[in-house]
Design a protein around this ligand. Structure first.
Ligand SMILES: [Zn+2]
Length: 235
């Protein structure tokens, strides 16, 4: 019975996903009265908008449809950001942020997902570790059933987050890799598609902040984010 249900859900999903170009919703963090963190003469809300526009350019050049939750300096609630993506039935949602630390000494990049379990995850590793034991069921079918039961988009989000870290590692070096993290990032709550939040670096770090303000570095970061999304869409 469960297998038939799973097959029906999968079938519906495939029928829905097949036709048009994929839609990505990018969310430049903060905006308007909510400036976010600050460093190198830059507000987080400015940096995130620059990056989102660069990522959008890159994706559109590859035939992907992209919408931004904001294209100017306006205040948005967290709920409005996710509502945009849900309403438009986006395939992927990526919220872009920059970090800050109390001592201004931390640096590096990290990607957040909402998951059912409170552990740092690598999507694939977690998937194989947490497969529900199902005696007499083929391993592949067991994976499918797990996806259906827990929400496939959570697993896809973990994969996307792992890709994001890999792509950033390629450009920014492995020392800055703070990993994929699970946290109560309310911006992701309620998303019905794979959704991640990427912190591209620490804007208040004396060195990294200056790097984040550099247009060449901004392009590298945007390329990394676009690459991870493109890989995810190709799955
Ligand atoms: Zn932020």
């Amino acid at each position: 019975m469960l297998v038939f249900l799973a097959a029906a859900i999968l079938h519906a999903g495939i029928a829905e996903a097949s036709p048009a170009a994929p839609l990505v919703v990018l969310d430049p963090g903060h905006g308007g009265s909510n400036a976010g963190t600050r460093g190198a003469g830059l507000h987080e809300k400015q940096l995130t908008l620059v990056l989102a526009n660069l990522v959008a350019q890159k994706l559109r050049a590859g035939g992907v449809t992209v919408e931004l939750t904001r294209t100017d300096d306006r205040t948005l609630t967290l709920r409005q950001r996710i509502a945009h993506a849900n309403r438009r039935a986006a395939d992927v949602f990526v919220s872009i942020h920059a970090n800050a630390s109390p001592t201004r000494t931390q640096r590096g990049y990290e990607t957040f997902v909402l998951t059912a379990r409170g552990v740092d995850v690598d999507g694939r590793a977690l998937r194989s570790e947490t497969t529900t034991p199902r005696p007499g069921t083929d391993a592949d079918i067991a994976l499918v059933l797990d996806d259906v039961e827990r929400g496939a988009s959570q697993w896809e989000a973990a994969d996307l987050a792992a890709r994001m870290q890999r792509a950033l590692r390629d450009r920014r070096g492995k020392d800055g890799d703070r990993g994929v993290r699970q946290d109560a990032h309310h911006v992701l709550l309620g998303a019905t598609m794979p959704a991640v939040l990427v912190e591209v670096g620490f804007l208040d770090h004396p060195i990294e902040g200056k790097e984040l303000a550099d247009p060449a570095v901004q392009q590298l970061l945007a390329n990394a984010i676009a690459e991870a999304i493109t890989e995810q869409l190709a799955e």
